[in-house]
Ligand binder design. Sequence first.
Ligand code: HMG
Ligand code: MG
Length: 313
Amino acid sequence: MRPEVHPLPGLPSEVRIWEVGARDGLQHEATVVPTAVKAELIARLVDAGSRTVEVTSFVSPRWVPQLADAAELFARLEWRDGVRYPVLVPNLAGLDRARAVGVRDIAVFASATESFARRNLNRGLDESLEVIEAVVAAARAEGLGVRGYVSMCFGDPWEGPVAPAAVVAVARRLVDMGCEELSLGDTTGVATPGHVVSLLGALGEAGIGVERVGVHFHDTYGQALANTLAALQSGVSTVDSSAGGLGGCPYAKSATGNLATEDLCWALDGLGITTGVDLDRLVATSVWLAGILGRPSPSRVVAALTPTTSEEP
Ligand code: HMG
Ligand code: MG
């Protein structure tokens, strides 16, 4: 089953999907997913056509035990032409670990707010940016690809509204220190489409054009796809998403994961936008993983395309 194709004017002909399920999704799981399962997930994602697969984080295992096997997992990955396996790196210790296993692309992560910088990186905003600057300099000197995330771009649960100027300031610093591209994180899913357009406009006015900006929407309030369309209409062509909509609190709010890659692909397929991802293979992957995790995927498209015992269409 596929949507009919009805293009809209003014959208990119191709979108690069930055698949984050193995990292953003599995970092939230209550239980530690076995390394072999993670490796199979990543192989299946690549088989389904994903070309940029963020695979893990070289963060402190005390902070994120779910990804403590980063080095072991990375060593198991199969390199294939045209496929990139970026990893998150918070500090120089993480960069050393990543380099030791042959990582070629990293992502550093900063916050637009002081509160989240302290909670996520155990450093104030300025101090965290100093750590990140050292990581970016070392990574670029070694020829690694570097992406810079900015979290809490659209609102912060501790601080409330986040001024676009605060996001622009952090984005500017990341670009100036050498990040080739940025990803705007809606960490708690509070963004709405007009907000997305105005933030992209503010970044553009500061000289940070849409060609180097990706969007990273969590779907907590069901806005991720609407926000994505707004971003595409503004010229963005890199979209982060998570297979099966993985992520969020495993006990109750499973819908707080990222935008599901399947939901994204359904919309992009219907718009006639090329992604390279085979929706059927991706759905099969998410159904397989849901079986292992013991709960259904929150993706509407996964549910709709999963065969049931009923004969009714
Ligand atoms: P800290 O406790 O201040 O670190 O945490 P430290 O430098 O004081 O070191 C403490 C211990 O951790 C030491 O070990 C270090 O060796 C070790 P000990 O001597 O006590 O045995 N350590 C490490 N071990 C392995 N790898 C490392 C590493 N660094 C230190 N890289 C730190 C500071 C940055 C390490 C910590 O806060 C951390 O790991 N934070 C990561 C948090 C995280 O992963 N969050 C989720 C990813 S961000 C995200 O999801 C948002 C995003 O999706 C976008 C969006 O949605 O907005 C990207
Ligand atoms: Mg995220």
